[in-house]
Design a protein around this ligand. Structure first.
Ligand SMILES: [Zn+2]
Length: 149
């Protein structure tokens, strides 16, 4: 993807939005990490997706090659269309930050859109994806994390 193309996450040009993170810079906050992970899904950047999993994420207990093969198989047929950030919450007493978002996507012409509440924690190097709960529903702007938990 060229730096002057629109970033898949919708946050501006790729070069000024998620590209620096994909090249190694650490996102300054959970929302930026979440956006850059969405862009990495669109770009099938599995190295980035693996690197930004928190050590406590379930997938980290799996062999990376098995995880990667499954991920690539899914990404081959998924068509990501849009990301909408609906709500964010700063780190709580345990250092866990939250992002509620809606992803519009399809797979083999079937709508696979979902909403997810993602939890993120800092692992000492950067923000990492800890765990997420998804619902196959459409959330609307104005929906809040408080309505979900
Ligand atoms: Zn972006």
């Amino acid at each position: 993807m060229e730096p002057d193309e629109p970033c898949p996450c919708g946050g501006g040009t790729y070069g000024e939005c998620c590209a620096p993170y994909h090249r190694g810079a650490e996102p300054p906050a959970a929302e930026a990490l979440m956006r850059s992970r969405y862009a990495a899904f669109v770009l099938a950047d599995t190295d980035y997706l693996w690197r930004t999993l928190h050590p406590d994420h379930d997938d980290r207990a799996r062999p990376r090659d098995a995880w990667e093969a499954e991920m690539r198989e899914g990404l081959r047929t998924l068509r990501y269309r849009r990301l909408e950030i609906l709500d964010t919450a700063p780190p709580d007493a345990d250092g866990v930050a939250r992002v509620l978002f809606q992803v519009t996507l399809s797979q083999r012409r079937r709508d696979r859109s979902f909403a997810e509440l993602s939890l993120f924690a800092h692992d000492g190097e950067g923000w990492r994806y800890l765990v997420g709960t998804t619902e196959s529903v459409t959330r609307k702007p104005g929906d809040a994390i408080a309505d979900w938990e």
